[in-house]
Design a protein around this ligand. Structure first.
Ligand code: UD1
Length: 314
C-alpha cells in the first residue's frame, strides 16, 4: 500500500486532508505532528489515520517517518502574520528550517513527491487583482517571507536533488476545526464564534480589506490533485484559492443575515503587515492540476457555522 505522510496532519487543514485521502484512496496515511496547535481529536473518526508525534525541527525524528513515502504533504507550520511579527524566531525556525529538514528527509528517503503548503501572503499588496503566479512576490511580514523561502527551497529540491515538488499558495483557508481560541486565529473562526455567542467581533481597520476565503475541503482536494499531476508540474507553484473575494464587512453582514441577528462590529486599529486585498487567479491551477473548487463562499460558511454550533454546544 502506498505510504502518505501529512506534516501538520493533526491540524485544521492537515486533518481535513487526512480525511479526504482516506476517504478517496487505499493508502497508509500518517499524520506527522508535534501537537503544538494540532490536536489528536481532529483525527477522531478518520478510519485508518495514524498519528506520529514528531517535530519537523528534529531531522533525526522525522527522517525515518517519511522514508519511502509516495507523497509527503508538508503543511506543518507556525501560521499567522501578526504572530510572526510579535515573535519571529519560532516561526522562522519552524517555517524555514523545519521545511528544509522535511525536504532533506524526503530526498534522503526517496520520496516521490512533496506538496508544499505555501501562502498567498507571498504576493503582498499588488496593484492588480486577481493575483497571478507571474507577479513578482513582495512579502510584507516575516510569515510571508518564510513561506516564500519554503517555496524557493521546494523549487531548488526539484531542480538540484530530483525530488518532485509542487507548491500551493493557500488563500485564507477556512472551515470546520479551525481553532478560534487564540488571538492569532484565522478571522473566520473568530467571526463564527462571535456570531454564535451573539458578540461583536473586532475588525482591524475599516473592514474594507478583502480576502479570497477558500473552503478547506476544496484545498484538500487540490492537494491530492497536486500529488497526482504529471511530473511536468515539478518545481512550480500554483494559487490555491477560490477565485472570489469578500470584504470583512461583507462577511460579517452575511453571517448576521444567516443567523437573523443584528450585531454591529467593533473597529480597531489596522494590523501591521496586513495585505489590503487578496484574490486568486485560479487559471493555472485549473489548467495544470484540474483544480475545481466545489464550495461557494456562502456554502462553505454555512457548513462551517453549523460545525461550530455543534462543537460549541458539546
Ligand atoms: C494570511 C494569508 C493566508 C495565510 C494566513 C496564515 C494573506 C492575504 N493571507 O492571512 O493565506 O493562510 O496568513 O495565518 O496574506 N482580522 C480582523 N479581526 C480579527 C482577526 C483578523 O479584522 O479578529 C483581519 C486581519 O487584520 C486581516 C483579515 O482579518 O485583514 C484576515 O486575517 P487572518 O485571518 O489573520 O488572515 P491573513 O493575515 O489575511
Amino acid at each position: 500500500m502506498r505510504k502518505i505522510v501529512v506534516t501538520g496532519g493533526a491540524g485544521f487543514i492537515g486533518s481535513a486532508l487526512m480525511r479526504a485521502l482516506l476517504r478517496a484512496r487505499d493508502v497508509d496515511a500518517f499524520a506527522l505532528d508535534n501537537l503544538s496547535s494540532g490536536k489528536a481529536e481532529n483525527l477522531e473518526g478518520v478510519d485508518g489515520a495514524r498519528l506520529a508525534v514528531a517535530d519537523i525541527r528534529d531531522y533525526g525524528a522525522i527522517a525515518p517517518l517519511v522514508e519511502g513515502a509516495d507523497t509527503v504533504f508538508h503543511l506543518a507550520a507556525i501560521p499567522s502574520v501578526p504572530r510572526s511579527i510579535h515573535d519571529p524566531i519560532p516561526s522562522h525556525d519552524v517555517n524555514i528550517n523545519g521545511t528544509f529538514n522535511v525536504l532533506r528527509a524526503c530526498h534522503a528517503g526517496r520520496v516521490r513527491r512533496v506538496v508544499y503548503a505555501a501562502s498567498s501572503s507571498a504576493y503582498g499588496d499588488t496593484e492588480v487583482l486577481p493575483k497571478t503566479e507571474s507577479m513578482r512576490p513582495a512579502p510584507l511580514s516575516p510569515y510571508a517571507a518564510q513561506k516564500l523561502m519554503g517555496e524557493y527551497y521546494a523549487q531548488v529540491f526539484s531542480c538540484c536533488f530530483g525530488v518532485e515538488t509542487v507548491s500551493l499558495r493557500f488563500f485564507n483557508v477556512f472551515g470546520p476545526r479551525q481553532d478560534p481560541s487564540s488571538p492569532y486565529s484565522g478571522v473566520l473562526s473568530l467571526f463564527n464564534k462571535a456570531i454564535l455567542e451573539r458578540r461583536a467581533p473586532v475588525i482591524f481597520g475599516d473592514g474594507e480589506q478583502s480576502r479570497d476565503f477558500t473552503f478547506v475541503e476544496d484545498v484538500a482536494e487540490l492537494c491530492m490533485k497536486a500529488s497526482d499531476a504529471p511530473s511536468s508540474v515539478s518545481g512550480k507553484f500554483y494559487n490555491a484559492g477560490n477565485g472570489n473575494r469578500y470584504t470583512l464587512n461583507e462577511t460579517w453582514a452575511l453571517l448576521q443575515k444567516i443567523e437573523g441577528v443584528s450585531i454591529p462590529a467593533q473597529y480597531g486599529p489596522a494590523r501591521a503587515g496586513d495585505v489590503r486585498h487578496s484574490q486568486a487567479d485560479t487559471a493555472a491551477a485549473v489548467r495544470d492540476l484540474g483544480h475545481a473548487p466545489r464550495f461557494s463562499f456562502e456554502a462553505g460558511l454555512r457548513l462551517t457555522l453549523e460545525w461550530y454550533r455543534a462543537s460549541l454546544k458539546s
